[in-house]
Design a protein around this ligand. Structure first.
Ligand SMILES: Cc1cc2nc3c(=O)[nH]c(=O)nc-3n(C[C@H](O)[C@H](O)[C@H](O)COP(=O)(O)OP(=O)(O)OC[C@H]3O[C@@H](n4cnc5c(N)ncnc54)[C@H](O)[C@@H]3O)c2cc1C
Length: 407
């Protein structure tokens, strides 16, 4: 055999698996189809701007990220807790987390996006989830997020002004059919830490993982077409190993090993440049009108200046696809309801991301990886769509392989 382990796919799961194998002295080879590792976590540098792939953030409370990443070297910049609500009336209102940022106490209390009972409800939910472990969250019975919020007694006002656009932007679906377990997990992570961006873009995360690996063991431009027994066949050649880890997304996986086609969510994301920032704070803005095209936006350079050298850069998540020629004018017209200068926003990037997240209508942490003889399957799709899940799946598959090899 050429190697003890071959890892197919250099996304966050594959990189984490490699790092954990390396720590245990296992000989591995990582094959990545693209020119760079990172998978869905990417940053492009174009004309003085940094364009992340979609709107992605690192939640600093993720236990796996705390284990494996060096936050200091990533130079993390954080969002303010809470959100800027773009209300139907054309007014804006800051809905903060006064426990973490006292300056938002007043604006939160008078915010029109929620009733007094809603505000108490958010506080209670936050306290309860802080005292609930991640394991017990994923062990609970699940419903849709929308049903869960209704059961907790939240009013339509806060659901439409805050929960739907905030969590719709994270789950990349606006019906809030995503499992309540995922809602509780993400809510807990937001209450226990910050949403952050590495100073030079999200791709600094996979770059940091790669920097810890032996570069001679990572081959790029290696698109694996099939696996036969212990042999992995790519566009460049064939390699053998005792164990093979498949760390691709679930769609590719079904093509390589013939698993059923998975369900997943897609998203459309745009970047706009503007000389005048629509607001100054490092806050996520949410549109409460669910019929609008814009779900959420932020002025990325107010979080980390390196994202825009000259103008301001707006990261805008859209709710659906529009013909290219209509995107700029539709967003400008819609956002003019809140921001006078929106008519001058310039579309500088548009991304349609077909496979963004695995379907999350039911999620669990029971099977962080799958195994069929010498074939091991890891990646976020085994658990839920997050960096935490990709890292945990990658770590646990490596630990299981090491255990078996050393027994
Ligand atoms: C728009 C968007 C927003 C998101 N927002 C967040 C967020 O805010 N916070 C968060 O925690 N998570 C977020 N996520 C989810 C997070 O990015 C993913 O959960 C995570 O990156 C998945 O990592 P992975 O390694 O499991 O899979 P992937 O990143 O899909 O990695 C698979 C790798 O396999 C490679 N590959 C595929 N086919 C082959 C082949 N045939 N041969 C060799 N290599 C192959 C791919 O090129 C890729 O590098 C978001 C994702 C998207 C797309």
């Amino acid at each position: 055999m050429d190697h003890q382990v071959i890892i197919v796919g250099g996304g966050i799961a594959g990189l984490t698996a490699a790092l954990n194998l390396q720590k245990q002295g296992i000989d591995y080879l990582l094959l990545e189809a693209n020119a760079e590792v990172g998978g869905r976590v990417k940053t492009r540098s174009v004309d003085g701007f940094l364009f992340d792939r979609g709107f992605q953030v690192l939640l600093t409370a993720y236990p796996e990220a705390n284990r494996i990443l060096d936050y200091n070297t990533l130079n993390l910049s954080t969002f303010d807790p809470g959100a800027l609500l773009l209300l139907d009336s054309g007014k804006t209102s800051v809905f903060g987390d006064p426990l973490r940022d006292l300056t938002t106490l007043w604006s939160t209390l008078v915010s029109k996006g929620a009733s007094f009972s809603d505000k108490i409800g958010v506080y209670r939910l936050s306290s309860r989830l802080r005292n609930t472990s991640i394991d017990s969250i994923f062990g609970k019975s699940e419903s849709t997020t929308l049903q869960y919020l209704k059961n907790l007694g939240f009013t339509n006002t806060i659901v439409e002004a805050f929960f739907r656009p905030f969590f719709g932007g994270i789950f990349l679906e606006n019906e809030l059919t995503t499992s309540s377990r995922m809602f509780e997990f993400v809510f807990k992570m937001f209450s226990e830490g910050s949403a952050a961006l590495p100073q030079n873009g999200m791709q600094e995360i996979p770059k940091q993982l790669l920097s810890k690996l032996d570069s001679a063991k990572v081959y790029i431009h290696e698109s694996v077409a099939s696996i036969k027994g212990n042999t992995v066949i790519s566009n460049e050649g064939s390699y053998t190993a005792e164990n093979i880890v498949l760390a691709t997304d679930a769609k590719v996986l079904s093509e390589i090993v013939g698993l059923p086609n998975p369900k997943y969510t897609s998203t459309v994301h745009a970047h706009f440049s503007t000389a005048v920032a629509p607001y100054e704070k490092p806050l996520i803005a949410l549109q409460s009108n669910s019929k609008g095209i814009v779900n959420n936006l932020c002025v990325v350079n107010k979080v980390s200046q390196a994202y825009a050298q000259n103008d301001n850069l707006l990261s805008v998540t859209l709710r659906s696809q529009l013909p290219l020629e209509k995107v700029e004018s539709t967003v400008q017209k819609e956002m003019k309801n809140w921001f006078n200068d929106a008519e001058n926003w310039k579309l500088v990037d548009l991304q349609t991301i077909e496979y963004a997240l695995p379907n999350q209508n039911t999620v669990s942490e029971n099977s962080p990886f799958q195994r069929k003889e010498n074939l091991w399957i890891c990646g976020d799709h085994n658990m839920h769509g997050s960096l935490q899940a990709a890292m945990k799946s990658g770590r646990l598959v490596a630990e299981a392989i090491v255990k078996e090899m050393k027994s």
